[in-house]
Design a protein around this ligand. Sequence first.
Ligand code: G16
Length: 566
Amino acid sequence: MEINPIPVLTIQTVPYEDQKPGSNGFRKSTTMFESKKNYLQNFIQSVLSSIDLRDRQGCTMVVGSDGRYFSKTAIEIIVQMAAANGIGRLIIGQNGLLSTPAVSCIIRKIKAIGGIILTASHNPGGPGGDFGIKFNVANGGPAPDTVTDKIFQISKTIEEYAICPDLRIDLSRVGRQEFDLENKFKPFRVEIVDSVDVYLNMLRTLFDMNAIKSLLTGPDQLKIRIDAMNGVMGPYVRRILCDELGAPANSAMNCVPLEDFGGQYPDPNLTYATGLLEAMKGGEHGFGAAFDADGDRYMILGENGFFVNPSDSLAVIAANLSCIPYFRQMGVRGFGRSMPTSTALDRVAKAMKVPVYETPTGWKYFANLMDSGRCSLCGEESFGTGSDHLREKDGLWSVLIWLSIMAARKQTIEEIVQDHWAKFGRHYYCRFDYEALDPRTAIFIMKDLEAAITEKSFANQKFAVGSHVFSVEKTDSFEYVDPVDGTVSKKQGLRIIFADGARIIFRISASGTMGTTLRIYAESYEKDPSNHNKEPQTVLGPLIAIALKLSQIHERTGRKGPTVIT
Ligand code: G16
């Protein structure tokens, strides 16, 4: 029986003004995607149109999701639009599931032109939650500003999109599916792949898997507890940590991906990963970790719930890279951290005599550094670490790094961190988030702050809080010049740096979905080991008091405190 080719249609549409990608991807409430006509189609067409027609024709793209509500509907539309826009082949995770690091890994391995990941990261999911679209380019990393600016421009003038509405795929069946389209010489091909295989194969080349396996199964077996938070990481945790590395099945919790993440925030921090924290407080487990919905963020806990701050995690990893075969082989060229991330990394870099690049927030800024061979390890205060093995932060890779360090040093998490502080000093750190503020109020707070701190007289200011006097050394509105291509990124946060190295930073988040989120970051340095075991918020209290006074954020927003503290 002859099968008729699938029709390719052009549909008229009306542009939206608000489809601007943020720190990594485009995020809005699920309701907007479900209720606004062509809201998803407009954005996807803008992404596809941002790729030069000659590069797009017949190319390969990767598609995955963190399994949140609306992902399967969106994947079906993306497949229909990709086919109609001349993409030759799509690689899709089985049942639509691929973690963000796995997408980066597959793009690089098969030399795809890029990939689309349906996720709003750590934001809640479900009909009342958030939905999002990340777009990664050929190096496997998040689209850079030049690309996201182009996507935004197209989205503001878009008049039509192309689609094959009759094209249907089976997401559950691993293997190839081919389709003949009208006006196409070659068939359009979809390949459904196992979500874990390619990523696991990559990890095997980076780590001493036997050393980790011995740690998890040997006579002094380390008991671990891993929380996949009902996001995409469940299958990865089970396959890699349990099946491959021998951790008992009950080490893994919340490993079934759920469309609404079980009604929880899939956000690996002390506020939301409370199930893990409680389990760790029991003292039975020596290592705990949680991931966000798409698996690029992670949190590490030691025995009894000892919390490893993400900035410390980055610095400890940097100082122990020689425990990892990949870095012993490749060497260490340089480090990267986002500006608000604590300067703990800088002390390690100084000792190792390698450069540190201080970038704006957003993983995309690290990709250029890595592509040009300048940078081996990067990290952010927002619970992300990664290396040049990919162009994304990588949660499970970070967990394997920590387990490798434990195996090599034969120490507990707390001992490793305490030793690090004893050697380099401790950078106390915390972040206050004021979420869902009125955008105008937030912008005016930042404008007034910028005017105040960049005034000449501010440079000599001293702030006395209790017995402590903080002398201002430098203030600015952070600006980054990419050392590779000279691109300038302005207004990336307001910095107040004090003479003793303490810092206060104010920044507007670019990843929220409701109103505006203003973040205040505070950091102070303590060299004396006898002062290394204090509560961060107590130590940072005076700096926070200065930040609140300068910004008047409570008075101007009516808030009594931050929404979340990390
Ligand atoms: C994204 C970016 C990160 C950034 C984080 C928070 O992460 O990839 O580089 O640090 O957002 O950004 P902001 O402070 O602007 O909200 P993810 O894990 O949410 O994709």
